[in-house]
Design a protein around this ligand. Structure first.
Ligand code: ADP
Ligand code: MG
Length: 232
């Protein structure tokens, strides 16, 4: 699905929160790498999707009323066989949700050097602002994040990455390989360009983004559009 299809579909449905699946389709369309993903509605479709993507896969329940998926058991990681997919499917179907149940079957990304958080929030005074941090305890406990008002330059993006206290984790910490900083810069630039072109976007939360020596992949995302009142 293209960005304009997704945004049009949401506007027509009067919804302003994109599911993880929709958020990541949008990211893919603007050139940000995501694991291969398929949306399914039955056990058979889910198995076919898993076999098409190739094991191991991840399965997640998609519904607008499930926000923190892992808290409700809606994320099943590292499924290595048809049997595991069937069992995960049955378990996901037991999770209470008002919405029609759909499953996102996706490729299981390999373990990264670090998990990043990349986001956009709308400041009432300055408009869209970009956010960067390293996930987990660093963001939750130490609030180790950097911000810039959009649009940003490549120089700004590099500064955002280098100025966080956790930067050494990306720079070959304890014998780990160095993270691909250019790939992070590229994602920040693409989000900056996207939000400048699409003022109807209110918030973006890419959490986590897996960073490697040779690339980057966003494994979870949530995009919120402005509601009618806010976009005037
Ligand atoms: P939540 O809604 O709880 O934030 P996530 O989609 O972020 O759920 O999944 C929880 C965690 O599972 C992520 O932080 C990440 O570590 C891992 N994860 C999610 N999707 C994938 C994937 N496709 N490949 C590898 N790990 C994943
Ligand atoms: Mg997440």
């Amino acid at each position: 699905m293209s960005v304009s299809d997704i945004l049009k579909q949401k506007a027509e449905a009067g919804q302003n929160v994109l599911t993880e699946y929709e958020s990541k389709e949008l990211l893919k369309d603007i050139g940000i790498p995501i694991p291969e993903q398929k949306l399914t509605q039955s056990k058979e479709e889910t198995i076919n999707a898993a076999e098409g993507i190739g094991y191991p896969v991840v399965m997640k329940l998609m519904a607008e009323d499930i926000v923190h998926k892992s808290d409700t058991g809606a994320v099943k990681l590292n499924l290595g066989s048809k049997e595991e997919v069937e069992k995960a499917y049955d378990e996901l179907m037991e999770i209470p949700s008002k919405e029609e149940k759909q499953i996102s079957v996706q490729g299981m990304a390999k373990e990264p050097i670090a998990e990043l958080i990349i986001g956009m929030t709308t400041d009432p005074q300055f408009g869209p602002a970009l956010m960067f941090g390293i996930g987990g305890i660093l963001v939750e406990l130490l609030e180790d994040v950097s911000f810039r008002i959009a649009p940003i330059t490549e120089y700004d993006a590099k500064e955002m990455i280098h100025e966080i206290k956790g930067f050494p984790l990306l720079d070959g910490f304890r014998g780990k390989p160095k993270a691909n900083i250019d790939a992070i810069v590229d994602v920040l630039m693409k989000i900056s360009e996207f939000v400048m072109e699409h003022q109807e976007v209110y918030e973006m939360d890419l959490n986590p983004v897996f960073i490697y020596e040779d690339g980057i992949v966003c494994v979870d995302a949530r995009i919120i559009l402005k509601s009618e009142q806010e976009s005037d």
